[in-house]
Design a protein around this ligand. Sequence first.
Ligand code: G1P
Length: 295
Amino acid sequence: MENLKRPIKKAVFPVAGLGTRLLPATKVMPKEMLTIVDRPLIQLAVEEACEAGIEEFIFVISEGKDILIQHFQEAPLLMETLRARGKYDQISKIDKINFSDSALKFVRQDKPLGLGHAVWCAKDLVGNEPFAVILPDDTVLSDETCLKQMMGGYHKMGGNLIASCEVPIQDTSRYGVFKMIDRKDNTFTVQDLVEKPDPSLAPSNMAIFGRYILQPEIFGFLDEHEKGTGGEIQLTDAMAKLIRHQPFYGYIFEGERLDCGSEIGFVKAQIAFALKRPDLAPDIKSYMSQKLKEV
Ligand code: G1P
């Protein structure tokens, strides 16, 4: 009998996308390098993975996105300068995002063929072990990070686990959507998945959020390279096939969901994250109340 509770040590970050919803900001700069207060989106995602016990970080990148890797590599000149100036606070900020070459892996996705294809590109680096997938645009503001919450569920149930959240029914055509049964507290069994259904056809209003824990058997289905919604190879379609063979759960996480791939989500995230910072919150609050009086 296969062991579906093996520890998760690797995470895949599909970061090859063009970020067109945030143009012109993303014309040259990868959207994952845009910052929420002082940290790029990719750093928030990697820090979340670290907190959940991930030890190997696999980036699926495209042309022009090497800067995402560089962000986590040593910067000797900068360090030297900071040391010479005695800026130890700044050094500690950089120190914690220096990863060894063995922890940081990357693979190129040469064509934008979809999320399923991006994850498939990481197949050799993941190998035959369960892994996490994090979509860095999907940010959560919570006491315990989303992936760590999911790890708690995975340790109990094993199998495959997808983060899930409620969305307005008219928005289902923007998400993967669950057909679910047996909801208990914050988990449910997934019966089926549909990528971006029209609201009239959506099996529920529970949407896939960008955190996944998957068994390596998913690659068998991604190998098929079958095109789905939007002519893209969808991760949702491969998962829908795996559901027939392995346990599959939805996990309703706690926290505020912020879609940083859209302008409004991005602005909300700035405010929400800044308000969590004790050094910034008082100023932000008084500035906001002043501004609200003006509108
Ligand atoms: C992707 C997935 C979708 C999921 C969404 C979450 O869609 O395909 O199932 O609900 O991420 O953000 P995308 O936003 O890349 O179109």
